[in-house]
Design a protein around this ligand. Structure first.
Ligand code: FES
Length: 187
């Protein structure tokens, strides 16, 4: 798989591991499992300080690969995704291409959350043309936060960043920070 075809994961750094807490037998807890997924190359992993779903715990977002994103596939949000069994399911799904490549496995669908502000499943007509995307932004169309996959109103975006002449908009400063640390992961 080329980098463009690798799905992404955004995990909440604050609530990762919360579900199992002290009962987690794994040294390093849930973060160690997520780090392992990234280390073996099935997903590009980003931690963000809070994904704004704090009442849930172990909030993780699976982001489609660039190829699937260009086809209009949206991210899938999960809560309480922790422990070996669920993380193994996640690994297999991501290794198969993740969102857009395969339906969400049943075990993961059980912990999926409907996120307000999720992007429409249908592609924007110009979603993959960066130049036109920024024109969309100027006309007030919702754009996608590339880090967490949320729809963002350009007029009220919490933060923006330029990369290769394209303006990206974020729901929160944490997403902007993650983007700036490694923009290539998200474009
Ligand atoms: S603390 Fe994890 S979503 Fe807010």
């Amino acid at each position: 798989m080329t980098a463009k075809n690798v799905p992404g994961l955004t995990a909440c750094a604050l609530c990762a591991g919360e579900t199992l807490g002290d009962r987690d037998p794994l040294d390093g807890g849930q973060r160690a499992r997520l780090d392992r997924l990234a280390a073996c190359g099935v997903a590009r992993l980003t931690y963000v300080d809070c994904l704004d779903e704090c009442e849930r715990g172990d909030v993780v977002v699976a982001r489609p690969s660039s190829r699937h994103r260009a086809q209009g596939v949206g991210p899938v949000w999960f809560e309480r995704l922790a422990g070996d069994a669920l993380t193994d399911e996640l690994e297999r799904w991501l290794a198969d291409g993740g969102p857009g490549a395969r339906p969400v496995p049943t075990a993961l669908a059980a912990v999926a959350i409907a996120r307000t502000g999720e992007p429409e499943p249908a592609p924007e007509p110009h979603a993959h043309h960066h130049h036109e995307e920024s024109e969309d932004a100027m006309s007030g169309t919702m754009v996608i936060d590339p880090v967490c996959g949320m729809s963002v109103d350009p007029a009220t975006a919490a933060a923006t960043a330029e990369h290769d002449g394209v303006t990206y908009r974020f729901c929160a400063k944490g997403c902007q920070k993650a983007f700036l640390a490694d923009p290539a992961q998200y474009v």
